[in-house]
Design a protein. Structure first.
Length: 296
């Protein structure tokens, strides 16, 4: 398998994770530094299911997703009732706690040396198809009634409550969905590289995905997808400057903030046509309203 083919697969897996971050940050206004932890849960749970219990690959992926979703419910129930800054801090602690737990459970996870022997089951077409379907799903969700409720919560949570919106339930749905996407990406990742270790899933990885969203445009799924691909490929194209990776990222972010405060794509979305939009969105378009939504 060629080097650039592997980087392409990694880029697609990154897009899956960033799509989850876009749901949280771009739509709902929540900042989570625990997304990498959900990816770790998906990777380890599915990997252990195959390596330790010899379960089939599809069932192992499902187990990883379900464990991550259940964890998101447990973490989200107390934290999503708090202010957004407290939520961010708690997800940061959660991410570090998961990494520490994976290091501690040596017999099950392999500790700091990692879990090896995971069979290579992730194929190119599975990753590409998954990425395309997830991007379409998130795009449709953005223009659905749930997406517009999320944007209302992001703009003014108190006003959203006054209109009868169940803020907590909406946040929980988005939080669990974002965790599911990261867990699925983690499963694909583990079954592609055949090895996972806790150091791969620290909070810095979550912060990197948040940077990708802001770089492309916090209100643009298209921007998040493009920036995920570019900023995953860029370090590999500049391997001679690997020691300056963080410096390059910081310079790029500063340039974007200076010249494009809303990100590279701002609020623009790729016009893929009405087939990707809910029926009510088509009706709104016929009535002369902005096709991309007046709330953005």
């Amino acid at each position: 398998m060629s080097f650039f083919h592997s980087i392409f697969i990694f880029s697609c897996i990154t897009i899956l994770n960033v799509a989850g971050v876009f749901l949280l940050t771009g739509l709902t206004g929540l900042f989570s530094f625990g997304q990498a932890a959900f990816m770790a849960i998906g990777a380890y749970a599915s990997g252990i299911a195959v390596v330790k219990f010899e379960l089939p690959f599809p069932l192992a992926l499902l187990i990883g997703v379900l464990v991550s979703a259940a964890t998101a419910v447990v973490i989200g129930y107390p934290t999503l009732k708090l202010r957004r800054d407290y939520f961010t801090l708690i997800t940061f602690g959660f991410g570090e706690a998961v990494a520490a737990l994976l290091n501690y459970m040596v017999k099950l996870t392999g500790g700091s040396t990692g879990l090896s022997g995971i069979p290579r089951k992730t194929g190119t077409w599975l990753v590409v198809l998954s990425t395309v379907l997830v991007v379409f799903m998130v795009r449709n969700l953005k223009y659905s009634s749930l997406g517009r409720v999320c944007i209302a919560i992001k703009n003014d949570e108190l006003t959203a409550k006054s209109f009868g919106i169940d803020v907590f339930t909406t946040k929980m749905k988005i939080f669990v969905l974002s965790a599911v996407l990261s867990a699925y990406a983690g499963g694909l990742y583990g079954f592609f590289i055949s090895y996972v270790e806790p150091a791969m899933f620290r909070w810095t990885k979550s912060a990197e995905w948040v940077i990708f969203v802001f770089f492309g445009g916090v209100n643009s799924l298209t921007g998040s997808v493009v920036s995920s691909f570019l900023l995953t490929m860029l370090p590999e194209a500049l391997r001679f400057a690997a020691d300056y990776k963080i410096v390059i990222y910081c310079v790029l972010v500063l340039l974007i903030l200076n010249f494009r405060p809303k990100g590279l794509f701002g609020e623009w979305e790729l016009p893929l046509g009405r087939l990707l939009r809910p029926a009510y969105s088509r009706t709104m378009s016929k009535n002369g309203q902005n096709e991309d939504g007046c709330l953005l």
